[in-house]
Every structure is written in structure tokens, then in C-alpha cells.
Design a protein around this ligand. Sequence first.
Ligand code: FES
Ligand SMILES: [Fe+2]
Length: 325
Amino acid sequence: MTIQDIALIHEWHPVLLSSVLTDKPEAVIVLGEKVAIFRTTQGVHAFKDLCIHRGVPLSLGKVKGDELVCAYHGWSYDACGTCTKIPSLPKEQVIPSKAKAYVYACVEAHGLIWVCLGTPAGLLPKVSAYVPEGFKEVLMGPYTLQAAGPRIIENFLDVSHLMFVHEGLLGDSDWAEINDYHVVEEDGVLRSDEIIIYQPDADGTGRGVNSRYVYEVFGPLCVAFTKRDDVSDHIFRLFLMVLPVTEQTSVAYMLKQRNYAYDERDEVFIQFQDRLIEQDRIMVENQKPELLPLDLQAELHLKCDRLSIAYRKRLRELGVTFGTD
Ligand code: FES
Ligand SMILES: [Fe+2]
């Protein structure tokens, strides 16, 4: 399969929790492409999951001496993808130069392993530029969803669902009106004005407050919101990063940053998010059409959907086709 998407191919995608990758290679799928991930003493690596010899997945192999050894006939590939050893080849014969593995960019950051199938714009994923000092980070996920990546992102940006899908937690249906707000673009980041929402339990610790949300769109599948309230100096920022596996299957990860409750167990926040995701799942896995329509005439929009409209326009400008219609 050749990936047609001219935008997502150059993005960093979160493929695995760092803790999952031990000394055995793992198989993942990014934009429908099978990728083998493995760890050596030099770091993490990603190869196309196919041995050029007889087409066996390299993820079935093993890591030996910082090289990936194919399970079928033992060809050994170094981190650059160069085949350094073909056991069946007599010593005096040279290894054919075509004997190579196809290498993808791969990094480890924020407790995740990230892969880019094209040419990444930066050395690190976009979230790395936003690690405020003194904040505590908690990683959440993976959450596998039978939904298109852009549908999942748009659900996260959709402020008027909070009072219904997450009633009693992130909203109250008696207070469903959304204040007028605008979306501006600065340095390629889409940012909303503050949107104020009454939340009976804003973060899982049971505090009822008026939350002030600012949403940000960093990339096609990387967004965040920052929320503050009127009664404390708490700042809570939640990133959502989505791995597009196939057009209608995705894996979501979330990174929460907070400047309060340092001693609170991470589990409290993780369990809260797990609960919210299950509520969202029912929506995003049942939306029709499954792929996010980028034609603004295709669905009905209200003023409060400004952020979704801006997001759809952005995807269109970037040329995102995977998971969109
Ligand atoms: S298929 Fe990989 S070494 Fe033969
Ligand atoms: Fe939600």
C-alpha cells in the first residue's frame, strides 16, 4: 500500500508505551503500514516490517548485539538497515547491496515511542515543546477506538458535548449554553478564546467549578486544552495524540500536565479519564459517516462549533485524507 496522505506521513505518531518495548521487537501499524519497532543499546528503531529476502515480518525476529535478526534465515540488520550478515552465504561472497531494511524515523519521548514514516518537521513530537516547569505529567492510554483519528480529535475539541455525554462530571445539561468565542491562528497553532463551562467534577477529584477552557490544535492528530478555574490557581492541561492505525481504527494517548495535587495518586486521574473515554467511545464509534467530512456543507454547524469548523478547514489546507472524506 502506498500512503497518499501528504500531511500525516510527515507527522510523529505515538505507536507504543515505552514500557511495552523490552528486548523483543514489536509490530505496530501506522497509517495502514506495518512497522517493526525494536530497542538496542543505542535507542529505539523502526523498520518496515518486511524482510527483503522472503517477506517475513522482521518483528518476528530478535535483537542480538544491537542488530535485528530475521526469524526465517537469520539475516542480521544494523540500526541503519544495512544487512551485515547472511549466515547461508559463503564467507568469501559479499552481501548484496540491495539487502537492506527500510528504516523509519523513531524517537522515545514522554513515555512513548514515536514513528514518522516520512520526513519529520522536528526532531521530537510537537508535545515536547510544551513541558512547563513544575508541572506533573501523567500518561494515559492506550485507548483503542474503532473510529477515524480526525473524528476522535474533533470529539475532544467539541465543547458542547460535555454536558450530555459527560453529564455530572464535565457538565450539567441545565447549563449547556456556550459563550461566543473565536479561534485564532498563531505560529501554525489554532487557539480558541476562553470557553466557560460549569463542571460538577472537573478532574476526577470531585471539585465543582466554573472551568475556563482554551483549546489548541498543534497538528492534525495532536491537540490540547488548558483549563483553569475561578477559585484556585490550578492549571490542568490535557494533550490528546492519536495514532491512525487504519482509516477507522485508532489508538489514543493522553498526556496530562498539572501544577497541583502533586501527591495525588496518578491512578485517580487515569481512572477518571478511562471513564470519560468509555463515554466518548459510544459517540465516536457510532458516528456516520465514519470518516470526518471536510466539506463544510456536509453537516450542520452552529456558532459554538467554530473550533470544529476551524479544525476541518485546517485538515483540508494540510491535505489530510486518511480518516477524512
Ligand atoms: S526472510 Fe528474512 S532472512 Fe529470509
Ligand atoms: Fe468527551
